[in-house]
Design a protein around this ligand. Structure first.
Ligand code: G3H
Ligand code: 13P
Ligand code: ZN
Length: 316
């Protein structure tokens, strides 16, 4: 069942965070749904601009609709990740997405507000909710690389003004994380002081943490063992993710970890079975391993075991 992120956040706020997982293909889709069913967790499936053009946006929609039928108990939101204005408007018009992210964080404060407001007005007219971004995360996103030195933490006073003027429903804040597999190169950690200040200025308002992959050491070690070159890869500690979930961060974005599981499985499978040239055996292993990863992550987020409580709330 497709719901809005607003419905999911209403139950989660202050208690736990909902996992927002990027998908690109059917193996990721199946692994994600299976993992969320195994851990009885509500979730957010998110599609980037890159994912929408990897095969075809219609292919993604069809996969998700099929998964919804295969897993009738699933409760999830369908969300556009890091959209520009035109892509947001396309998703709003499609009638398929329940949530969009407008990312105008590279614009000036006033421009960001103006663009976000246009998207929020169009989305709200159709019952769709809107995530916006303020501040600048480091790392690579849609081929734009922001060095950690150029990254800019969200200013809490600006966040309060931004939400009031833009009409967004949730806010992605730059709090020290970055996209990709090489986080915290400057040795800094998560800025809990910033999260706390934003949450106190915006009580009960859902905050979003991008760049939240943990980059598990064991995945990186196994990738490197079978020929990968991922020196100094580092992610967000799981302890910090759990803590953020209790402080007003209700959506935690994870893409890189899924890619690492994919990469590790395929490197291992082709190294161990060099005679194999069939796509299905590694694909099967990947779906099972990704589902296992999702179960573990939902436990860390605190979303595991919340499915029936969310269903009861939605039915009311
Ligand atoms: O924040 C960006 C996400 O990790 C999406 O990555 O644009 O390569 O699909 P992508
Ligand atoms: P990671 O690169 O840490 O997985 O972050 C993904 C993300 O923020 C998607 O919007
Ligand atoms: Zn992101």
């Amino acid at each position: 069942m497709i719901v809005t992120t607003k419905q999911l956040f209403a139950h989660a706020y202050g208690k736990y965070a909902v996992g927002a997982y990027n998908i690109n293909n059917l193996e990721q889709t199946m692994g994600l749904f299976q993992g969320c069913m195994d851990s009885k967790a509500p979730f957010i499936i998110q599609l980037s601009k890159g994912a929408r053009s990897y095969t075809h946006k219609k292919m993604l929609e069809a996969m998700i609709k099929a998964a919804d039928e295969i897993f009738p108990d699933a409760i999830f939101a369908v969300h556009l990740d890091h959209g520009d204005e035109a892509t947001c408007m396309d998703c709003i018009a499609s009638g398929f997405y329940s949530s969009v992210m407008i990312d105008a964080s590279a614009e000036s404060f006033d421009q960001n507000i103006a663009i976000t407001k246009r998207v929020a007005d169009a989305a709200h007219a159709k019952g769709i909710v809107v995530e916006a971004e303020l501040g600048k995360l480091g790392g690579v996103e849609e081929h734009v690389s922001v060095s950690e030195a150029d990254a800019k933490l969200t200013d809490p006073a600006q966040a309060e003004e931004f939400v009031k003027r833009s009409g967004c429903d949730s806010l992605a804040c730059a709090i020290g994380t970055s996209h990709g597999a090489f986080k915290f190169s400057g040795k800094q950690g998560l800025h809990f002081d910033v999260i706390k200040e934003i949450a106190s200025r915006l009580p009960n308002f859902p905050l979003v943490m991008h760049g939240s992959s943990s980059v598990p050491e064991d995945e990186v070690r196994r990738i490197n063992f079978f020929g990968g070159k991922m020196k100094d890869a580092k992610g967000v500690s799981e302890k910090d993710i759990t803590k953020a979930g209790k402080m007003g961060v209700t959506k935690v974005n994870i893409d890189t970890d899924g890619r690492l599981v994919w990469c590790r499985v395929h490197r291992e499978q082709f190294a161990i079975y060099p005679e194999n040239f069939d796509l299905r055996p590694p694909g099967k292993v990947f779906m099972a391993e990704y589902a296992k990863y999702i179960v573990g992550k939902n436990k860390v987020l605190g979303s595991a075991g919340q499915l029936e409580a969310v269903r009861a709330l939605i039915k009311k």
